[in-house]
Design a protein around this ligand. Structure first.
Ligand code: ARG
Length: 274
């Protein structure tokens, strides 16, 4: 079964956690008195980058900026589909300046950036499945932004309501296993969603892999799949077993130091889809 899963090589934008810290609390995982070991955070992050590179994925990096401790969470900076970039507008004032730095990187790489008019936190809440954009709301990105994203890309945007503050971004509760037309599938933790949104996900993905609360609390839903390998938190043990049963190859990468800010593997990874 494993041999039927075919990886697609990706291009990822990342930002080293050189200035990583937990200085403010904008989600339930963050406690400003927590000690953060920046050297360990950097070491763990480099392990993620090496894992991507050793699986053939291309890495681009944005220069980290002092005073922006959450800038490591590159996924929040934009959503990129078909070479078109929809930028970010952060909910928290502390994170707002990040957008300028990411926009400058995109512009230097030859992309125009569409600026959102309403709060929009990039791939944190906007998940491209290969068919539609699944779009989270409830804590950060607004429904108004979902409409803007649909208008900009001309792809269907499906609004989903998040109800548990631990899973404040869609990418903490759901990830795409396979974005190809044939095997298109996702993994999610149902209780993170409102009843209506759960019903929508059941209709769209009757064969989805469902995760437990333990998997979700271990940042197991904040994973990155290339269609075969799933870069996943080692703490999400049960989910890794299920993925293996479904023919995927779990690649454990521990970002425990970054979990202190409420982020994991996917949060550190912005996919640039040409
Ligand atoms: N401390 C950051 C925040 O609360 C973490 C962001 C995590 N990013 C993500 N894509 N879920 O904004």
């Amino acid at each position: 079964m494993s041999d039927s899963r075919v990886p697609r090589l990706r291009r990822f934008l990342v930002c080293e956690p050189r200035h990583f810290a937990v200085q403010y609390a904008i989600n339930p995982w963050m406690h400003p008195d927590t000690h953060v070991d920046v050297d360990l955070a950097q070491e763990q992050w480099r392990t993620l980058i090496s894992a991507y590179e050793s699986h053939g994925h291309r890495i681009d990096a944005v220069e980290p900026v002092p005073g922006l401790p959450d800038m490591v969470f590159a996924a929040n900076s934009a959503v990129v589909v078909g070479g078109r970039v929809f930028g970010s507008l952060f909910h928290a004032p502390e994170r707002r300046p990040e957008s300028t730095h990411y926009d400058l990187w995109f512009k230097s790489a030859g992309y125009d950036v569409q600026r959102p008019l309403s709060v929009c936190e990039g791939e944190g809440d906007l998940v491209w499945t290969g068919r539609y954009v699944l779009a989270g709301t409830g804590f950060r990105t607004t429904r108004e932004a979902h409409r803007e994203v649909q208008e900009f890309f001309g792809h269907p945007v499906i609004s989903l309501t998040l109800v548990d503050p631990h899973f404040y971004h869609l990418d903490t509760a759901l990830f795409v296993l396979d974005d190809s037309a044939v095997g298109n599938n996702i993994v999610y933790y149902p209780e993170a969603f409102s009843a209506g949104s759960r019903a929508v996900l059941e209709r769209l993905y009757p064969d989805a892999v469902l995760a437990t609360r333990d998997d979700a609390m271990a940042f197991g839903l904040n994973s990155v799949s290339d269609g075969r390998h799933v870069f996943i938190a080692p703490q999400a043990e049960a989910l890794a077993v299920r993925l293996d049963e479904h023919g995927y190859v779990p690649v454990p990468v521990d970002l425990s130091e970054l979990h202190k800010a409420g982020g994991g593997i996917k949060c550190c990874t912005q996919e640039i889809r040409s």
